[in-house]
Write a protein that binds this ligand. Structure first.
Ligand code: SAM
Ligand code: SF4
Length: 347
């Protein structure tokens, strides 16, 4: 594998983050996501995943985010983390270029043992998703049958997952545990303050995500999007905030509570698109590369997954030709094109 400088695309955006999906399956069925029931055939092997990560790092990626579907359902997660961690500690290995290894999970399976194993295997950060504190709303958002009591069990498990992560050594105040919430107007926007209160209590950064038109199964309509500015306005009215801004290449516009109870991030992909410095490459569990979250189709990497030089050439070529900026142009895409599903893509 040749070590190169970061590749730049047609809009001078360099590769920075590799989002690698481990499975398209999930143990929830969130209304805004609607995952597949089964994985596609031919998931990547551990060797192929490692080759891919090394190539992405050689091309400029500094952050690896493991996702899904629900990545804690995948028996590939721990072996992969362990192998990445070993590479990060080995002089001369391209993996030494990785600054952060992160995971996004719904937290349902984040038991104390699991959290300890993840930390020991070298995971730096974990983002846990929860869309409501109220049981009935949480159940509806997560697609759970069983109403309020099922939702209350879900909320309890996720909060226990946060506690497990803390006990395992993930430091919320250093940003090593974050809470993600997708907000749908009219469905869970009345949960903004309870979610913020929960996050403040645990000193977690809460990341409020505008409901996005990813995938074709969720029936997305613009009216269900609550703009991030409105989310911030409602929280600010209760707990004053200071703006921190958005780091280049990052998704979240960040704020800090004036009373020092942690932070808030808003991901305004619809109302304030951030295509201009998007540095993310997404790879599905079966080796399809997506250069945009809103793309209809990926590029099949399978034919080159066993050959590092060919893989590097293929990914560099994809990135150099990339010009995606769907979010900036959303209003011009009428009718909406078909999009790959979120859980397959990895979010
Ligand atoms: N299952 C894990 C989870 O939920 O955290 C990881 C995969 S999930 C696809 C990654 C993130 O995408 C989650 O925070 C989820 O809430 C978010 N997400 C899924 N569908 C979305 C949509 N239509 N709009 C905005 N965010 C979405
Ligand atoms: Fe599963 Fe995450 Fe999709 Fe919800 S958002 S259905 S938890 S993959």
């Amino acid at each position: 594998m040749t070590s190169t400088a970061a590749v730049a695309d047609q809009r001078s955006r360099t590769l920075g983050v590799l989002r690698l999906s481990l499975t398209a399956r999930c143990n929830l069925d969130c209304s805004y996501c609607r995952p597949d029931a089964a994985d596609p055939p031919d998931l990547m092997t551990l060797d192929q995943q490692l080759r891919l990560i090394r190539v992405a790092v050689a091309l400029g990626a500094h952050t690896l985010r493991l996702t899904g579907g629900e990545p804690l359902l995948s028996d590939r997660l721990l072996p992969l983390l362990e192998a990445v961690s070993q590479g990060r500690r080995t002089a001369g290995d391209p993996l030494t270029g990785l600054r952060h290894v992160a995971l996004t999970s719904n937290g349902v399976l984040l038991t104390p043992d699991r959290a300890r194993l993840l930390r020991a295997a070298g995971l730096d950060r974990i983002t846990i998703s929860l869309d409501a504190v109220d049981g009935a709303v949480a159940a509806r958002m997560a697609g759970l049958r069983g109403g309020q009591s099922a939702g209350e069990r879900l909320v309890r498990k996720v909060i226990d997952g946060v506690m497990s992560a803390k006990l395992a050594g993930f430091d919320a105040e250093k940003g090593e545990i974050k809470l993600n919430a997708v907000i749908k107007r009219g469905e869970n926007d009345h949960q903004l303050l309870p979610l913020a209160a929960l996050a403040r209590r645990h000193r977690l950064e809460l990341r409020l995500i505008e409901y996005m038109d990813v995938g074709s199964r969720n029936g997305w309509v613009q009216d269900q999007v609550l703009p991030a500015a409105e989310m911030v306005r409602r929280i600010q009215a209760r707990w004053p905030l200071d703006a921190l801004g958005r780091d280049s290449g990052a998704t979240a516009n960040r704020w800090r509570y004036r009373d020092d109870r942690g932070g808030l991030g808003v991901i305004a992909s619809i109302s304030e698109p951030f295509c201009g410095d998007c540095n993310r490459l997404r790879i599905t569990a079966d080796g399809q590369a997506f250069t945009c979250l809103f793309a209809s189709e990926g590029f099949d990497l399978k034919p080159v997954l066993n050959n590092a030089a060919a893989l590097q050439q293929r990914i560099a070529g994809l990135w150099i030709h990339r010009s995606d900026h769907y979010s900036e142009d959303r209003h011009r895409h009428v009718p909406r094109p078909s999009h790959a599903e979120m859980a397959y893509l990895g979010g």
